[in-house]
Design a protein. Structure first.
Length: 290
């Protein structure tokens, strides 16, 4: 299976997972998870108009716009996701599988909120790792992120979703204002945002050390023998002393942080700092020394 086909398979799988998430944990417990699907959930609650149809009505035109304004592959994959999600949810609604639903009946609703938030965040993160989205506000946030790259995608989404939380104050109340659905919506949104951001940033945390020293060979030898890592050596000139120094760049695992600092502490005329790296990429081939 090619990488491209695998990517589409993952998007399809995530569409089914999100449909199950809504059917099992969200819809039976009368709260909106935010976003366009949250609006669709409230519309279904009030009118009986299926989330599936609402999702397609909104996401088809948004995906078309994304095709021209954001990125073609992203738009196509988002459309695939929306179609699979809508079809799967509609099938579940007519399946008679109510026995798999988590129905809290108004008691301890926080549990389905937490579960659904974690699942939603997982779906959002995996979709974006595969250059897709769940549609709706995700597309809007992606567009904002394109024209303003420094803007955090999930922060933008969270801000947009606040509108849905406010609306749920009135939708699920029996006259007047009911704060519980809004609180559940905000909680679900926060959990899914945190989870999605975590998935996108990656779990392979590491530390990048930049070392300025006059002992490059000794330090790199210790790094190699003790930590089983290599380093990159760059010759440099110190602007204050106008002396030749060397810059070593090395990425180590998080559990090797203290070991690396202990190595550096042995040498005089040495300065270093480190940065947190969320994930590493690429293929490294060991080169045999002649």
């Amino acid at each position: 299976m090619t990488k491209k086909l695998l990517s589409y398979f993952v998007v399809v799988l995530m569409g089914i997972v999100l449909a199950l998430n809504y059917y099992m944990f969200i819809v039976p417990n009368n709260f909106a998870p935010a976003g366009i699907n949250g609006i669709a959930t409230m519309v279904q609650y009030k009118t009986g108009f299926s989330i599936s149809y609402m999702s397609l009505l909104v996401n088809i035109p948004l995906s078309v716009l994304a095709y021209f304004l954001v990125e073609k592959t992203f738009a196509v994959k988002t459309m695939v996701f929306a179609f699979v999600y809508s079809t799967a949810f509609l099938a579940l609604q007519n399946s008679g599988f109510e026995f798999i639903q988590y129905i809290s009946e108004g008691h301890d609703t926080i549990y389905p909120v937490i579960i659904s938030g974690l699942i939603s965040g997982l779906v959002y993160g995996i979709c974006f790792k595969n250059n897709a989205s769940t549609g709706g506000t995700d597309i809007v946030a992606k567009y904002i992120n394109k024209i303003k790259p420094d803007t955090n995608f999930f922060i933008v989404t969270f801000a947009i979703n606040a509108i849905v939380a406010f609306s749920s104050l009135f939708v699920y109340s029996n006259g007047g204002i009911d704060y519980k659905p809004a609180a559940l919506c905000i909680t679900n949104c926060f959990i899914s945002t945190f989870m999605g951001n975590y998935i996108i940033k990656g779990t392979k945390n590491a530390y990048k050390f930049t070392v300025i020293t006059t002992h490059p060979d000794e330090i790199s030898a210790e790094i190699s023998s003790l930590l089983k890592h290599s380093s990159t050596k760059i010759e440099a000139i110190g602007t204050y002393t106008n002396r030749t120094k060397y810059v070593l760049i090395c990425v180590v695992n998080k559990h090797q942080l203290n070991d690396f600092q202990n190595i550096i502490a042995k040498y005089d005329d040495t300065f270093s700092f480190h940065q947190v790296i969320n994930e590493t990429y690429g293929n490294f081939v060991n080169a045999k020394k002649n």
